[in-house]
Design a protein around this ligand. Structure first.
Ligand code: FE
Length: 198
């Protein structure tokens, strides 16, 4: 393969997918049919807790994030697991069709799951839109924009006087002079080569 990074040029957005009791950030969303109740597909990593929850629930919601979304939403839903924290604790949401929709978004679609396809790493869920609304006319954040501005969006402040290693993918901070030999980020699982000393 000459350069797989070309896949980053596929126009994808940034969304918070929520279902009962959980949610995560997704980017691989697309509309697969039109009409009054269009079908939407979304890919969710198999290792995500949200994937487990989706298989127990028949509905999910996609909240569309704008370019000026509070980055805390991306951090909370993208770099934590619902197995350990309650992602809704510090996030303002509105219940629509029993699902928590993110208030700090351009709008949402609530979908009923009609089908799913498994591959090695992800499950592709297909949902029929049963409710949707636009909150605000704003420019959506694309996945490409997020990749380019990740560093400033996820900027972290470390404690003074301590050597900190910051995960360049998710912003996790590890305080130590050196990283352990087989170190991996406990949040996003990347190797130590993704850590920058601060
Ligand atoms: Fe990380």
């Amino acid at each position: 393969m000459k350069n797989i990074k070309i896949t980053r040029k596929i126009t994808q957005g940034m969304y918070v997918l929520t279902t009962k009791e959980g949610g995560c950030i997704v980017d691989a969303v697309s509309q697969v049919s039109a009409g009054d109740e269009p079908l939407i597909s979304v890919a969710v990593m198999k290792s995500n807790y949200t994937n487990e929850l989706l298989k127990k629930n028949n509905k999910f919601s996609l909240s569309i994030l704008s370019k000026d979304v509070n980055p805390e939403i991306i951090k909370t839903f993208g770099f934590n697991t619902g197995r350990k924290i309650n992602k809704f604790e510090n996030t303002k949401t509105t219940k629509i069709e029993e699902i928590d929709v993110i208030n700090d978004s351009i709008g949402y679609m609530v979908c009923e799951i009609v089908d799913f396809i498994e591959n090695d790493t992800h499950t592709l869920f297909i949902g029929k839109v049963i409710e949707a609304d636009v909150f605000e006319e704003k420019e959506p954040m694309s996945y490409g924009y997020y990749q380019e501005h990740k560093e400033e969006l996820l900027k972290v402040t470390t404690q003074k006087g301590k050597t900190a290693w910051v995960c360049s993918v998710c912003g996790y901070i590890y305080y130590a002079e050196e990283l352990p030999e087989d170190f991996r980020c406990p949040i996003c699982k990347v190797g130590k080569e993704y850590f920058k000393k601060q």
